[in-house]
Design a protein around this ligand. Sequence first.
Ligand code: BEZ
Length: 586
Amino acid sequence: MTFTVEVDVPVPMRDGVALATNVWLPDGPGPFPALLVRTPYGKDDAGLYGNPKLPDVFTLVEAGYAVVAQDVRGTSRSPGTFVPHTHEGPDSVDTLTWLAAQPWCDGAVGMWGGSYMGFSQWQAASHGVPALRAIAPVMTSADPYAAPWRSPGGALSQDAVLTWSTLAALRNLRRGPDEGRGDAGALLSGLSDPRSLHEPLPIDGRAVVTRSLPWLGEVLAHPERDAFWQEIASTDHGERITVPALHIGGWFDVFVGETVRSYRMLRRRGGSAAARDGQRLIIGPWSHPDGTDLGTYPDRSFGLAGSIKTAGITEAHLRFFDRWVRGRELPEDTHRVRIFVMGADEWRDEPDWPLPDTRYAGFFLDGGGRANTAHGDGILTPDVPTEEATDTFRYDPRDPVPSLGGTVLATAPGSYPGPADQAAAEAREDVLCFTTPVLERPVEVIGHVTLVLHIRSSTPDTDFTGKLVDVHPDGRAILLCEGIQRVRYRKSLTEPAPLAPGTDAELTLDLGVTANVFRSGHRIRLEVSSSNFPRYDRNTNTGATIATEGADDVLVAVNHVHHGPAHPSRLILPVSERPASEETRP
Ligand code: BEZ
């Protein structure tokens, strides 16, 4: 293979700032279709060229695409100040316009890249640039409030916010004046010792980060989904998006809820038939950080098929871009969706998401009112309970339930994302466990998981959390998906409403998405509590601004979950009744 690379081409933006850009051209006279990636992590960094979650650049060039990699404003070799999200819309538009006008470009451009590199794809797509023909967002979000910075229930994604901001502040330090370098030690120690990063209250006022990245202060100052967030949410402008998307996600990725929500949003509201019908969705048993895409975790391995290597990421990009950027006529795909189904530990092709034959089945919370710990009396049953009961626990923000696996971002010692055993959480009195009897037949759960809780609290605000767990015959309680609802946002993310202490309320929790066969011999378990820390920030229970409250401000909440015929607290599972995959397993 031969190609040419031109490094640090200055691409002018509308305000005169020129962004550093590398241009890889295939051999031959051209002009070529182009594939653009915009990154804050360094266009020259090897991470962009050997990351198994992303397409292989050399293969793209060999296939006849010009590959264009740009440092976003204020990062690596591009001048200016890095303010996350703020410039990505206009700078993407200006780069696409410049690209389409180059003599070596045939005027058709696709965008690709993961995580932050996906934010600018969504923003570019909602600006409607004619040259842009398709996007391929990998493990990312079109609504940065919902993920990664806060959550659909309004809690702060503390682990993601503080870990990522600390890393971004460190990168900014390198560009700043020498006197700032003294902060490097403190920033690094926050990364190597996550307790020192997460535990201090208040969360606000982390000067060591905000000195280099003032944006963190802005995020903390906007707990509601106000104009600050709405302006960067492409999900709010689906009808403006006319290009199709290849979405790639991981069941244990911090972004996965938004990966599928973006797909659904475009299916319903995309601004063209191509955007609505041309999409593809691929989800495997992976989590976010590099090196966690083999599908092998300390408490659960999904076998060789779980590795991202089996998913054909580069081939999927090429086929998608050949169809939508190059405009090649290809045989119609018979499926839009390819998902790894855990439990069956196999890949499946599906026509759409949610799977068209999904039945939403209620599993009711039941028991005598002592569901605390995995050894309590909590029951999960498809039958509507006949007796009323209430389970109660004390939630002390100074002693929160620790996040064990799940969609955490950090991979510090003792904390890793993914399907971790929840035994240590389930031994706590502040964790309610509701479990089915041992299953006699497999139950296939593929789709969006929701939890309805009838609650009461002694405080004006608090949180309720839910986790869906697969209890294996050997006792391992393996986490599948999880969510949180901040009580003040139970009606609206823009207009918080305190709850008068001692009054009842109904909450609906978004527990995210999964694809899992609960095999016979296993049990389905729901855990309910009021914290999941540091995945989410701790509610201080006072109803005041959480980010500014110190350790002495917090209140202890006495929280209740009612269940019974008048209070049908229930887990709603997307069940697909297919011939049991268990029998077909090798
Ligand atoms: C990332 O680019 O990997 C990333 C961006 C925002 C939050 C978490 C991860």
